[in-house]
Design a protein around this ligand. Structure first.
Ligand code: SAH
Length: 486
């Protein structure tokens, strides 16, 4: 086998970044734009010792799970790696990925998995979008996305994962730039003003935020722009974000108000989980009965979201995910609960309604500020937040102040929990741990550690937060083994 050879490959799996994987002559080949089940003819582009990369030349037998992607730029855009895969097949793929990581890395023979929670509508689900602004090859102003590794912007003002209002917002911004001769930012030279347009929509409140990221401190005629944007029903917040750094980090640190508030509000439905429960306590008794009377007053928790705060991008699935996390926490109202990696306190404030006391820990100070504001906004007084690394705060609070835990919830970034965090958790000996994860490989590694130290994996539920992408979220209930409950 050598470079440029044509080979026939049956696609058996997808890599973590969405490339099709199949075998030929004992070698694994990664082939872009293929779907599990396809038989393809591919040209070898690169050969390593045990694997290679090949380019799709001809689809010999399309997979029964292959569909025509509805987005015209699906192939050029890196955002949706698996749009060509029928949605039920996407869910099967994600479920299998979680199961295989739990078996391979977690060493669970038969992981106790619940059915994956899929989306009713895997399009138009994102509440946030960030469009780079630039010029196309003909010099026309465009909003869209960067194509591959180039600096070309492919025009795409209506990403099918986002809200329809984005196209309207972008048309107004581009028209304004045209009218007043405002230049887009040029990544290569560092010149030009307008870098990105970021939008957020509160799905429950229908409030809209527009934040224009600029390489400067003012946008010419911004009042006229605001007047035009205000014609859109629901417009609530128009701001500028100053980013003068020559990096590909999208947002800078400074927010300048243009019109309205500097934040929008959204709500998360909590009544979906007020009847949740049925989880068995580790002593075998059911705690579901005691959950009913503790539901929140109006069925919602409100959140103030500023342009720089992290907020889950799929609000519909977020409610289901948090509902599952709460079911697994199985609170009765008497527990001391820790929410590690808490962000703006979304999970903490959910839990607070059903717990005695919640402690949240988060590394970003601005997020903790938002978490405190959000607690006040909801009249929640039994939640306290600490800024710092989970690996510093948790041992300090436990060892120096003796604060205990009945339930610990963790929702770490992709790299998972530091082993020292897991070690402190084990020392604190909570009855239950709820692990929310966006990377099932690090999840499996951490679960293995917990299960070697007196815990057992009771339940596990994958949830699709990112339809048409390869990513999958998972929530797990881990309980202390009975023999460790003295
Ligand atoms: N639970 C929140 C946020 C989850 S995202 C929600 O659902 O909205 C993970 C969070 O962990 C981010 O807010 C990130 O800033 C924070 N984080 C990353 N490393 C951390 C660490 N070592 N200690 C504490 N928080 C950390």
């Amino acid at each position: 086998m050598k470079k440029d050879d044509l080979i026939t490959v049956k696609i058996e799996d997808l890599s973590s970044d969405g490339l099709g994987v199949g075998h030929h002559d004992g070698m694994a080949f990664f082939i872009k734009d293929t779907v599990i089940g396809d038989v393809v003819e591919a040209k070898i582009m690169k050969l390593k010792k045990t694997y290679g990369y090949a380019r799709l030349m001809r689809l010999l037998e399309p997979s029964p799970d292959r569909v025509e992607p509805p987005c015209p730029v699906a192939r050029q855009c890196g955002g949706c790696q698996i749009q060509a895969m029928r949605y039920p097949a996407q869910l099967r793929f994600k479920e299998a990925k979680v199961r295989s990581n739990l078996i391979r890395i977690g060493k669970f023979e038969n992981p106790p998995m619940e059915l994956i929670i899929g989306m009713e509508q895997p399009y138009r689900y994102r509440n946030k979008a960030q469009f780079p602004i630039g010029r196309d090859r003909n010099g026309a102003l465009v909003a869209g996305f960067y194509a591959g590794r180039t600096h070309d912007i492919i025009a795409c003002e209506d990403c099918l994962l986002g809200h329809e209002v984005n196209a309207q917002i972008l048309a107004i911004v581009l028209h304004h730039m045209e009218k007043y001769g405002i230049s887009p930012y040029d990544e290569q030279t560092g010149a030009g003003l307008v870098r990105h347009v970021m939008t957020r929509v509160g799905f429950h409140t229908e409030q809209i935020m527009v934040c224009i990221v600029i390489n400067g401190t003012a946008l010419p005629h911004s009042r006229e722009l605001a007047a035009a944007l205000c014609e859109i029903p629901g417009m609530t917040s128009i701001t500028l974000n100053v980013n003068r750094e020559r990096t590909n980090v999208i947002m800078g640190r400074e927010i300048l108000p243009v019109w309205g508030q500097t934040w929008i509000e959204d709500k998360i439905r909590t009544d979906g989980w007020s009847s949740a429960g049925g989880a068995s306590d580790s002593d075998g008794s059911s705690v579901s009965d005691s959950l009913g009377g503790l539901s929140s007053l109006d069925g919602f928790v409100r959140f103030r979201i500023s342009p720089l705060s992290f907020y889950q991008v799929n609000p519909v699935q977020m409610e289901k995910l948090y509902g599952k996390a709460l079911e697994y926490a199985a609170l009765t109202g008497t527990e001391i609960v820790w929410d590690l990696y808490c962000g703006i306190g979304t999970i903490s404030l959910f839990l607070a309604r059903k717990a005695k006391q919640v402690y949240g820990v988060e590394i970003v100070p601005q997020a903790i500020h938002d978490a405190q504001e959000n607690a006040a906004l909801n009249g929640i007084t039994n939640a306290e937040f600490f800024v710092g690394k989970a690996e510093d705060i948790l041992p300090a609070k436990y060892e120096a102040e003796g604060i205990s835990a009945d339930v610990i919830v963790v929702d770490p970034p992709r790299k998972g929990c530091e082993e020292s965090v897991l070690a402190t958790m084990i020392q604190m000996a909570p009855k239950r741990i709820v692990y929310v994860s966006c990377d099932s490989a690090t999840l499996a590694r951490d679960l293995h550690y917990l299960c070697e130290h007196g815990y057992q994996l009771e339940k596990c539920c994958p949830t699709d937060m990112f339809g048409n992408s390869v990513h999958v979220e998972t929530v797990c209930q881990i309980v202390r083994k009975r023999e460790y409950n003295l």
